[in-house]
Design a protein around this ligand. Sequence first.
Ligand code: AMP
Ligand code: ZN
Length: 114
Amino acid sequence: MSEEACIFCKIIAGVIPAPHLATNDEAIAIADISPVAPTHYLIVPRRHEENAVALHRGNPAELGALFALVDELTSREGIADYRLVFNTGAGAGQSVFHAHLHLIAGRAFSWPPG
Ligand code: AMP
Ligand code: ZN
């Protein structure tokens, strides 16, 4: 997918409006449009890479920036129990090929995941 066609690049550029729940220089947090739990945020790096490992290869510090937003959101909202997920590859459930970290909380989660 080209960056021009990428929905998360459009959100980061402001072409598609989405409230920014938290931001830093490298990443933004938005609400998932189709939540799977009472709390479902997406932590999205500003720089387009297909997945988390590609992001790490390009600049490991950007992964840290994603986790800084997890820290900010969970601290601010008092979320103690949550799940963090990088779906990587279509076979693992990835549907948007711009790296993003799911932060989901607010209900019990089963293990192993479906
Ligand atoms: P994944 O399937 O892991 O690639 O996750 C992509 C996520 O992006 C899904 O949970 C979608 O519900 C979410 N999503 C798709 N389009 C938007 C949008 N415009 N705003 C917010 N979340 C979106
Ligand atoms: Zn993108």
